[in-house]
Write a protein that binds this ligand. Structure first.
Ligand SMILES: Nc1nc2c(c(=O)[nH]1)N[C@H]1C(S)=C(S)[C@@H](COP(=O)(O)O)O[C@H]1N2
Ligand SMILES: [Mo]
Length: 235
């Protein structure tokens, strides 16, 4: 077995494996849920010739399966998640380029979720073959917890780049229009796991120490808000 498929392969620097896959994020999003969990509705905007909406036709792209580990910047990792969806590169070539016609210079991409969460990645990183717009996990449609109806899966980048409940994708020439959801020091423009790019300004080992105590309380908060939501009968 190649090392990247082995369950005993070493974890990236500073990560610890856990047996479950918790719902997670910045605490301000724990109580925000998407209005639409079934139908895909993706606005393409920014420096584009045409602002367009991509809907269910996204599912006509070639379906791909991807098994990957998921690494949250706060140091927890869930191994062997089986995603299904569509390559971002395919989406870009078949839908974004012909329909929205972004400026050639628009290489900075802002991704937003229905809950208002924002993240960004360079277009070049999104075009990597392991970056998906996923609509399924472990053979089931994405759950409310994990990003219904559609999320980004970019396994080489920390969890915070993997936008859930995806609703808007904007193409810009620079980062002028980007306001990160978190404090600026928590946002790294690329956030590559292999290079421990947890944030800017501070080294990875320092952010590990800062984040680790927050993991347990955050997981419990996100689980509680989801449970309350279920009990209220809202879905
Ligand atoms: N829309 C949205 N996307 C999001 C978040 C969020 O709160 N809202 N949290 C991010 C963070 S920090 C992580 S670790 C992962 C968690 O994904 P999960 O809830 O499926 O485990 O989603 C990322 N994408
Ligand atoms: Mo995260």
């Amino acid at each position: 077995m190649p090392p990247e498929e082995s369950p005993t392969a070493p974890l990236p620097p500073g990560q610890r494996a856990r047996g479950d896959f918790p719902r997670f994020g910045l605490t301000q999003f724990a109580n925000r849920f998407p209005a639409e969990t079934a139908r895909i509705n993706l606005q393409l905007e920014g420096e584009v010739a045409e602002s367009v909406t991509i809907g269910e036709e996204l599912r006509e792209l070639a379906r791909v399966e991807l098994t990957a580990d998921f690494h949250c910047v706060t140091t927890w990792t869930t191994r062997g998640l089986r995603w299904s969806g569509f390559r971002f590169a395919d989406f870009h070539e078949r839908l974004v380029l012909p329909r929205a016609r972004p400026a050639a210079s628009a290489q900075f991409v802002i991704l937003r979720g229905q809950d208002g969460a924002r993240t960004s990645l360079p277009l070049a990183d999104l075009l990597a073959p392991d970056v998906l717009l996923a609509d399924r996990l472990h053979g089931e449609p994405l759950s409310l917890a994990h990003g219904a109806p559609l999320r980004l899966v970019a396994p080489a980048h920390y969890g915070y780049k993997n936008a859930k409940h995806l609703s808007r994708v904007a193409f810009w020439s620079d980062d002028r229009h980007f306001r990160p959801s978190a404090f600026r020091f928590m946002d790294h423009p690329r956030a590559r796991v292999a290079f421990e790019e947890r944030g800017r300004y501070f080294p990875g080992w320092f952010l590990r120490l800062l984040y680790r105590p927050l993991v347990g309380p955050t997981i419990r908060l996100f689980a509680r808000r989801l449970e309350e939501r279920r009990r209220s009968g809202a879905g």
